[in-house]
Design a protein around this ligand. Structure first.
Ligand SMILES: [Zn+2]
Length: 369
């Protein structure tokens, strides 16, 4: 199975974020993807490629096919501008958000000019700091997803994009939720354009993929199917309800499956079966899988109860669709499990046994490029 990785993800390395009313150490850290890469390398080429592929540069066009070009321009130098216009600081976070209720009944305004005001125009929350290398890492994460897409569009039935920062919370014109560019949505739009056929996005991250939903909400050619913690209790709170079914030409192509707290493997796989039936009815040419493993029982940001064996069963069930799969990494925040759980899903997708290739404890740490 080809997989794509670049160390440029480490350029997005915040030390602090504002989360649940506290300054906290970030959860979305470089060690996440390096733990996954180590787990795949430990397999020594039996199921996964013995080496990661480097991403190829796809330029800005696939990004601006999904995102507002002005969001891209803003992110390219917002951190540097903040240093000059406001004050030198390592993590840049918005203070004031451009909420519709501030200007009810008043004339529409142009986007603001000052960087401090622009932050609250282009970002919707506070857990997603910009640091000096954020834009470079976010651009690289898109290229990682698009390079995996190229593998699948070239005839490979399965490819995995081991990238971060994740993407599924980023809408056309907003970043947030640890996400800057929506890697999976960019890959899905790219695949839909190049195949001229229907594409499904299946999002199994614990959190609702609000950004992917928003990008495709009124499009009939890309179906979005998401299983996630019920937004009545789970981030991002304001989207992800079952009655969000798509609009306009996209009516009937958006499917949300809000899940109760504590759901374990059996209940999760039952809901996944219903989601896969919706994909089967849509009859796509391929699936983009937004793979978050923050549904794990031990994940600090989730409250579901999946086991590593459950993740393998998830992959095996999705594989029964028999469709080509572009797998794009989203969340997963238990660093002790993220590698094993991600590898378990990928082995299930590949039809490989979960326990057959457990490396010997004496093998030592894997080499990391
Ligand atoms: Zn998540």
């Amino acid at each position: 199975m080809p997989w794509v990785y670049t160390a440029r993800h480490r350029h997005h390395d915040p030390q602090v974020e504002l989360d649940t009313s506290a300054l906290a150490s970030p959860r979305e850290v470089p060690a996440r993807i390096d733990a996954i890469a180590a787990a795949l390398l430990a397999d020594e080429g039996r199921t996964f490629g013995a080496e990661a592929q480097a991403p190829t540069d796809h330029g800005l066009a696939p990004i601006t096919a999904v995102h507002d070009p002005d969001l891209v321009t803003f992110l390219a130098d917002a951190w540097q501008r903040y240093q000059r216009e406001v004050r030198p600081v390592r993590e840049v976070v918005p203070d004031v958000f451009a909420m519709a209720g501030l200007r009810r009944g008043m004339p529409a305004t142009a986007p603001p000019a000052a960087v401090a005001a622009q932050l609250g125009w282009w970002c919707f929350e506070t857990t997603t700091p910009l640091v000096a290398g954020t834009y470079d890492a976010a651009r690289a994460a898109v290229d990682v997803a698009l390079t995996a897409a190229d593998e699948v569009l070239g005839g490979n039935p399965l490819a995995y994009a081991a990238g971060r920062p994740p993407g599924h919370h980023a809408t056309r014109s907003l970043y947030g939720g640890y996400c800057f560019f929506n890697n999976a949505a960019v890959a899905a739009a790219y695949a839909a354009a190049l195949t001229d056929g229907p594409v499904s996005v299946l999002d199994v991250d614990y959190h609702h993929g609000n950004g992917t939903q928003e990008v495709f909400y009124e499009r009939g050619d890309v179906q979005v199917v998401s299983l996630h913690g019920d937004p009545r209790r789970a981030y991002p709170f304001h989207t992800g309800f079952a009655d969000e079914v798509g609009g306009g030409r996209g009516r009937g192509t958006n499917h949300n499956y809000p899940l109760p707290a504590g759901l374990t493997d059996e209940g999760y796989l039952q809901a996944l079966g219903e989601a896969l039936a919706a994909i089967d009815r849509f009859a796509p040419g391929l699936i983009v899988l937004s793979l978050g493993v923050d549904t794990a029982a031990t994940d600090p940001l989730g409250d579901l109860g999946l086991t590593t064996a459950g993740f393998h069963a998830m992959g095996a069930l999705i594989a029964q669709c028999g469709l080509p799969l572009i797998v794009v990494q989203e969340g997963g925040y238990d660093l002790s499990r993220i590698g094993a759980d991600t590898a378990a899903v990928l082995r299930g997708l590949r039809g490989a046994a979960e326990t057959a290739h457990t490396p010997e404890p004496s093998a030592g740490p894997p080499p990391l490029g």
